[in-house]
Design a protein around this ligand. Structure first.
Ligand code: PLP
Ligand code: COI
Length: 340
């Protein structure tokens, strides 16, 4: 039985569910891990995560399909990306097989929180990891916790499929040889001032440029970006300082193999923004959120698809991707991970 929740009106927020997963790393190894009902964490005041932000996370979703299965979308790629992030932050990677097992256990334990098919909501899954013991000198922790909690969510941007407005900020997100390509908590701490400032100025999100030349489009604080050219080609920024979005990689495949469109990853200059007919943000939380307007220091770039609805190609990509996720379309091999 699904919980009695107004699924259709959920936003993207935290809701406490019944169970979460915890595994602790001590003396050079991960313990067996367990499901717990306790959502609180008690930490030493000098824990490495609190002083030096040694923390990282992942984000994926569980969906209820057309035939009432509960599935996740390509969780193996989240497991791999989290291991890559952990290595960059000098944290012990959580074994990828165990990551998948933990996701399965937490979703199963909270099965009543998986929104019904067709409700527009899904169960967001948040695996995360942090340095937990006291560390005073700047060095990695020796003890860690890996945890997974879940929360039912609706659309990331209020208004669902209504196009949003981006602005090109004067803030940077990631340094050339920094941590922009991994999912470190510190990247998001970096973006908090910029997002508050964007909201205060009436914009939904920041479209960051590369911090070295400030000429090339990178991504937003929480999603990658795709563009559609006037010839219906999908283009997306190629950069070593953006997060390798699983949604974006999947969309590029879907564009080529399901829709017969050319899909190219290349450097994209801010100067080119006027040439595109559609733009959208893509990510687990954002899914595929259409962009209607981009503000470049007062100069407005209006996407021809407008502020009322998704562009035609964006809509096709959205329908195909969500069709695969919700079991309406045949998935490529290995994309769908069954929970029950
Ligand atoms: N870029 C950033 C900075 C993100 O936080 C996310 C969210 O995970 C993404 C891109 C999208 O990645 P994915 O499609 O794997 O969720
Ligand atoms: C996700 O899409 O899963 C993310 O982690 C983005 C986050 C900013 C909500």
């Amino acid at each position: 039985m699904a919980k009695d929740i107004d699924w259709g009106n959920l936003g993207f927020g935290y809701m406490k569910t019944d169970y979460r997963y915890v595994s602790e790393y001590k003396n050079g190894k991960w313990d067996d891990g367990a499901i717990t009902a306790d959502e609180n964490i008690v930490l030493n005041e000098c824990a490495c995560v609190l002083q030096y932000a040694q923390t990282c996370f992942e984000g994926l979703k569980a969906y209820r399909t057309k035939d009432n299965k509960v599935v996740c979308f390509r969780p193996d790629l989240n497991a791999k990306r989290m291991a890559d992030t952990a290595k960059r932050l000098e944290m012990p990677p959580f074994p990828e097989e165990r990551f998948l097992d933990a996701v399965k256990k937490v979703v199963k334990a909270n099965i009543e929180w998986v929104p019904p098919y067709g409700s527009g909501a899904s169960l967001y899954i948040r695996p995360y990891m942090f340095g937990s013991n006291a560390v005073m000198g700047v060095k990695p922790a020796t003890e860690y916790q890996f945890r997974v909690f879940v929360s039912p969510v609706g659309p990331y941007f209020k208004g669902g499929a209504k196009p949003i407005t981006l602005r090109i900020p004067d803030f940077d997100r990631a340094a050339p040889r920094g941590t922009g390509h991994v999912k470190a908590g510190l990247n998001y701490a970096m973006s908090l001032h910029a997002i508050v400032d964007a909201h205060n100025n009436g914009f939904n999100e920041n479209m960051y440029l590369d911090s070295k030349t400030r000429t090339k489009v990178e991504e937003t604080g929480g999603a990658n970006i795709i563009f559609v050219t006037k010839d219906n080609e999908i283009v997306t920024p190629k950069s070593s300082t953006i997060l390798p979005s699983i949604t974006r990689r999947s969309l590029m495949y879907v564009a080529e193999h399901y829709l017969g469109l050319k899909a190219t990853e290349r450097e994209i200059y801010a100067e080119e923004l006027n040439d595109f007919k559609e733009c959208a943000l893509c990510g687990t939380a954002a899914v595929l959120s259409p962009v209607g307007k981009i503000n470049d220091h007062g100069k407005e770039i209006l996407l021809p698809s407008g502020m009322e609805k998704s562009g035609e190609i964006t809509q096709k990509l959205y329908d195909t991707l969500t069709g695969i996720q919700m079991g309406r379309l045949e998935p490529p091999k290995g994309w769908i991970f069954e929970i029950n």
